[in-house]
Design a protein around this ligand. Sequence first.
Ligand SMILES: *Cc1c(COP(=O)(O)O)cnc(C)c1O
Length: 397
Amino acid sequence: MTGRGRKPDTQVTHLGRDARRFEGAVNPPAYRVSTVLTESLDDYEDPRRRYRRDVMTYGRYGTPTSRALEDAIAELDGGHGTVAVSSGLGAIAKTLLGLLQAGDHLLMVDTVYLPSRRFCDRHLARMGIETTYYDPMIGARIADLIRPNTRVVFLESPGSSTFEVQDVPAIAAAAREAGAVTVIDNTWATPLYFRPIEHGVDVAIQSATKYIGGHADLMMGLITAVEVLEPQVRRAVYELGDVVGSEEVYLALRGLRTLSVRLARHQETGLRLARWLQERPEVERVLHPALPGHPGHELWRRDFDGATGLFGVVLAEPYPREAVKAMIEGMELFGIGSSWGGYESLMIATYPEALRTATRWQAPDPALRIHAGLEDPEDLIADLETGFERLHRAAGD
Ligand SMILES: *Cc1c(COP(=O)(O)O)cnc(C)c1O
């Protein structure tokens, strides 16, 4: 079944399904496969079998289960093809390894997810690939930083922890003009709320661990590329030995079916909490792309179709760590933990100044990072209210 040309709600319901192939079953089954047998030695040795996607050749090169997910995501992303890998970070690392070689230069957004930064600083550096970090708000001025050996410009919009929205079309156009490839981490928006390839980006990556999984029970990354780059990226993933297990793929497909209804609710509750927090005396500002005045808000309005449930909060003063600890640890509905995009609300402290090197962050540390889950928003607000009471009490106010 196809969703081609249809609206996202219809697409997430129908893409990647072919009931006739599976004796009428609505969902493609989880194929548990390593060895795939052939009828003859000639077939086995046929070089045209290598990396084929329309038939199974070996578990590492995909199954009907992974193809169902990959084809659905390729369509949603508007790319030529998608490859599923074992984590979001794995998707970022393998894409960069597939595109870069010794002597190349990488332009990396300064607000990038910290483990992506570590990969560049520790591993790409070791291989003779230089990384320069750039201001997320740079826009078309990225052209000034592009060198003859700049092969990749990497974006993440909105940025991790501080949520600046980038001028993706301007950066993509400048990179293309200079002969560089653009890669974006689109985990926050998912293809339902932002489709980077339509805005000129070459490779769109997302951590399916977050909203596509949606239930805090799987790890996966998805890489979608335009036609000229897809074979290179897919080959890198296959030859670096990455593969995602069928049970994970099955869960991701299951999560995909409800993505649009979940996101609508994450959006609504996230905005509700953000607006409530904005009015609080303990809050200096809320870092949420959908709020007027937020860096890149106008770009968000221009390019995105929605906002998901993750945002930041800058407190009005540098509250002692003990006070912030008392607030967060006493929350009844917000869990403390990495990741986000599941059905449950989360709250952690973040230290944005320590996460950037090319730009400054001037605001009291720590900030808060909140994921608005699918609970009733009134209950979440009541929990936040008592959280602020603990903050004051522990701060000795
Ligand atoms: C979580 C996250 C990743 C990494 O994804 P994993 O599946 O945890 O490896 C990458 N980018 C962003 C923006 C993330 O939030």
